[in-house]
Design a protein around this ligand. Structure first.
Ligand code: UTP
Length: 277
């Protein structure tokens, strides 16, 4: 039922400098596939066919990746290498891609608001491609959340427990338990200190949002770090209506950090690449 998936991908990726000086963070390959393609695959698996990307300066490689490269494809046509593009061709044929640009990096909330022009007035998913999520043998995280949306019809954020000394990196929630893996959000704090954190349940880069979030973001003042935070708009939505936090099944790698990126690379090499040899 949710057909659109928004990929905010305009950030600078400063934790990965100098690699990200002229290359989008989302194009960094985990083994032989860029991060963005893992995210798009997860959206497609969840039944989404309209891929909307918020890009920025220096991010044109993202658009090129989901386009035909005539010269290259002509060159490898009829060789054994052609099959290496088979998967992405299938994705390109089954989805529609649209792009808009965030001209000033004013935060994730602002990036999502920039995507309104592509999303329109319907519920949509959000994937931060630098969070790579896997759930081998079961549905992907976005597919799990799309199923929940069909039941609850409200915004949903994916959460996981993190060590207390890590809470300052995340939006952190508190909520009332309504099922062993679902909480109804009552509080949400962006990048809290250990003392401010209402729990150790951290929001990761998967969301399902109802379109009323756009007005809420538009009326949100800059928060932590001077950025317009999606967390602040979601707290308003939780207070006025309902936001759920979902403890997803699977593993998430923070590929925005060097350590998470290396862990994801080792995992994908063992589980996908070598297993497929
Ligand atoms: P991050 O803070 O993790 O990404 O934002 P970043 O700013 O690119 O990375 P660092 O911290 O400097 O290394 C989370 C997501 O939100 C997007 C980013 O592209 C990333 O996917 N984002 C963030 C935007 O699209 N626009 C923004 O203004 C900020």
């Amino acid at each position: 039922m949710i057909k659109k998936c928004l990929f905010p991908a305009a950030g600078y990726g400063t934790r990965f400098l100098p690699a990200t000086k002229s290359m989008p963070k989302e194009m960094m390959p985990v083994v032989n596939k860029p991060l963005i393609e893992y995210g798009v695959d997860e959206a497609v698996e969840a039944g989404m066919t309209e891929i909307c990307m918020v890009t920025g300066r220096g991010k044109r490689a993202l658009e090129d990746h989901f386009d035909i490269n005539y010269e290259l494809e002509h060159q490898i046509s009829g060789t054994g290498k052609e099959s290496m593009l088979g998967h992405i061709r299938g994705v390109m044929e089954s989805c529609r891609f649209s792009y808009t640009r965030q001209t000033e990096m004013k935060g994730l909330g602002h990036a999502i608001l920039t995507g309104q022009t592509l999303v329109g007035d319907q519920p949509f998913a959000v994937v931060l491609a630098d969070d790579l999520c896997v759930n081998p043998g079961g549905p992907g995280v976005l597919a799990q959340m799309a199923k929940l949306y069909r039941q609850f019809r409200c915004s949903i954020v994916a959460v996981q427990e993190v060590p207390e000394d890590q809470v300052h990196k995340y939006g952190v929630i508190a909520g009332d338990v309504i099922r062993d893996d679902i909480l109804r959000v009552t509080d949400m704090v962006e990048k809290p200190t250990r003392e401010e954190a209402p729990s150790n349940l951290a929001i990761i880069g998967r969301y399902i949002l109802t379109p009323d979030i756009f007005d809420l973001i538009a009326n949100t003042e800059p928060g932590k770090g001077g950025e317009i935070q999606i967390t602040d708009a979601l707290l308003k939505q939780a207070q006025e209506g309902c936001v759920l936090a979902y403890r997803f099944k699977g593993t998430r790698f923070d590929c925005g950090s060097v350590e998470g990126f290396i862990d994801a690379t080792n995992y994908c090499y063992d589980h996908f690449y070598r297993a497929g040899e």
